[in-house]
Design a protein around this ligand. Sequence first.
Ligand SMILES: [Zn+2]
Length: 78
Amino acid sequence: MTDHHITDQDWADLVARRARPGVIGVTSTGLFCGFGCVARTPLRRNVRLFDSRETAVAAGLRACRRCGGQPKTDQPVA
Ligand SMILES: [Zn+2]
């Protein structure tokens, strides 16, 4: 197993949809989201953390349609 389990803090940020750097990969769907995305909360065991969109893409994941895999910020993403 080469799973990178997320920390309790990571999980808390995800569940709270808190905007922060990094993206959330979901192995069950093959998608990744930025923190703050309103998509349905995945099962924790299916979640992997990545530093950036690029590393998530390199791992074979695709960007979520809702957030485009972009971390949510105070500035709306065009
Ligand atoms: Zn998303």
